[in-house]
Design a protein around this ligand. Structure first.
Ligand SMILES: O=C(O)CCC(=O)C(=O)O
Ligand SMILES: [Fe+2]
Length: 342
């Protein structure tokens, strides 16, 4: 069978066996509640100190927030989404030319399900297209030339999204008592764009579109399309995060959890599939350079560091080795309470 599902016909009559999850991992026919009180941060609505406070509290309490009036033009967001929808609709041979699961040598690639496609027990219902974005001139030559406006539109989008995320990170500095610009440079140097595409699924109760995970990076912003699917685990319950038009959803990643000395949470999330419509979402990740030291910033409340220092490279291998489970990955770097007391 063709690996990339965006190369299948859009009308799949029944779920291929490899996509049927074991009963304990299926979402089933449960009607999930909607997460109604996701904090909404209006970047034009309040003074800076108030925005920083809102972001701090949202990250402490829920580990996510929506941002409106974020400075990225809505027309550019729409153009970018359309370019990706067009990309996923390109001829099979074209998309297949980007197919790779080699994260080291292919910096612009498409794959399906997970990087472990050949060995995994069951497949996730998605294709993922991903590439680096920063600095633009180092990467743009590797990006698709089709659709013809891809490089121009996605180039402008990724530059604006980066500015937006650095602005959000400066608000985190305010809340954590760090100097502005603390997150500029190596700790946010890598910018990865990650686009998930799910074709309509004949039985969403049996499968998942994206695995259960927390984001391993520094920070994520997500542009959803109008088709729902994202869920976060809130107090042990899966709840739906419905898309909010023109907003960005922001998640602090696990590196921000560590740097904030455990003050922020990084939510566990997953994606359900949709029976009628295709779904495309654009994830934008800022990630530390692989060899720099990540450690809790000096805690303004005087708490001892909850984690020892590590490099992102070390962290990432523990994250992948632990099946993308945040507790397992961070567990390796947690300080024991008695060590904290000195
Ligand atoms: O597609 C989504 O809504 C979420 C994707 C996601 O969690 C990720 O790319 O890390
Ligand atoms: Fe994620």
């Amino acid at each position: 069978m063709e690996i990339l599902m965006s190369n299948w016909s859009n009308v799949v009559q029944s779920l291929p066996e490899k996509y049927v999850f074991p009963p304990e991992k299926r979402p089933g026919n449960h009607v999930f509640p909607i997460f109604k009180n996701i904090p909404i941060v209006d970047l034009e609505g309040h003074d800076g100190a108030e925005i920083s406070q809102q972001i701090f509290h949202a990250s402490q309490e829920f580990g996510l927030f929506q941002v409106i009036n974020h400075g990225v033009r809505v027309s550019l967001m729409d153009d970018t989404m359309n370019v990706f929808k067009e990309f996923f609709g390109m001829p099979p041979e074209y998309k297949t030319s980007f197919y790779s699961t080699d994260i080291i040598s292919r910096k612009c690639r498409i794959y399906s399900s997970t990087l472990n496609y050949d060995k995994e027990e069951f497949h996730y219902w998605r294709d993922n297209f991903t590439h680096h974005c920063h600095p633009l001139e180092n990467h743009i030559e590797l990006w698709p030339e089709n659709p013809t406006r891809y490089r121009e539109v996605v180039g402008r989008y990724s530059v604006e999204v980066r500015k937006f995320l650095l602005r959000i990170l400066d608000h985190f500095c305010e809340g954590l008592n760090l100097k502005h610009g603390y997150f500029d440079g190596e700790v946010s140097k890598i910018q990865l764009l990650s686009v998930n595409h799910h074709i309509p699924c004949p039985d969403p109760s049996l499968t998942l579109g994206v695995p259960v995970h927390s984001d391993p990076n520094l920070i994520t912003c997500l542009q959803q399309c109008s088709v729902p699917g994202l869920q976060v685990l809130l107090e042990g319950q899966w709840v739906n995060v419905d898309p909010m038009p023109n907003a960005f959803l922001v998640f602090p990643g696990l590196q921000l959890k560590v740097i904030s000395n455990g003050k922020f949470s990084s939510p566990i999330h997953r994606v359900l599939t949709h029976s009628e419509e295709a779904r495309t979402t654009i994830g934008n990740f800022l990630i530390p350079s692989h060899d720099i030291l990540i450690e809790p910033a000096k805690d303004c409340a005087g708490n001892p560091p909850a984690y020892r220092g590590f490099t992102y490279k070390e962290f990432f291998s523990s994250f992948i080795g632990g099946n993308c489970d945040a507790d397992i990955a961070l567990g390796c770097f947690k300080n024991k309470p008695q060590e904290n007391e000195q």
